[in-house]
Design a protein around this ligand. Sequence first.
Ligand SMILES: [Zn+2]
Length: 219
Amino acid sequence: MKNIIFIAPPAAGKGTQSTLVSEKYQIPHISTGDILREVMKEDSEIGEYVLETVTSGGLVKDEIMYTLIEKRLGEDDCKNGYILDGFPRNVEQAKKYDDILSRLGQELGYVIYLDIDEKLLAKRITGRRVCRDCGAIYNINVESESPQIESTCDVCGGDLYQRNDDNLESFQNRYQIYLEKTGPLIDYYDKKHVLYRIDGNKEIDVIFQEIVAVLEAHR
Ligand SMILES: [Zn+2]
């Protein structure tokens, strides 16, 4: 059983690593965003509430989110483990997550902390370019992630652009919020001896191999 949560600052490569781990171990990659998108399609009271809240730009109440997460983690495809993305984000939510797990008879499993230098993150964020046509993501500050031809998508030949919030100022704001909320979360899981610190400054495949080593060593 591999229940996994990732703790990582913005642009640390959490999404990429989640996908790799999900594929290798054939376990679902569950994000709170996906859970909300699914429930919005439902013809139910809770579905209507979420649809109204999200479309009006509001935040879904924590209590509702906990209920939805518990329901999702109780489904059959989670029996051999899962990756939970975007939750918990702070200690209060982590305590609720503990309650959810105990009701489901599940263990906390692994908390993978991608530890990465702020300077490197800033470099990654400001170098990020996205294809207007197919959404492929590049990074002009990382050689192995640069497009072959400047400003042009390798996949489809589309134009690459920089997202509005991929600038230094926006990154620094997001990073401060991350530090404030997540610092205590790291301590919380460290004390429970489920936190595995991975050096996130390395290449994608090296990081992945280190995560696999953790998962294999502590079965
Ligand atoms: Zn493209």
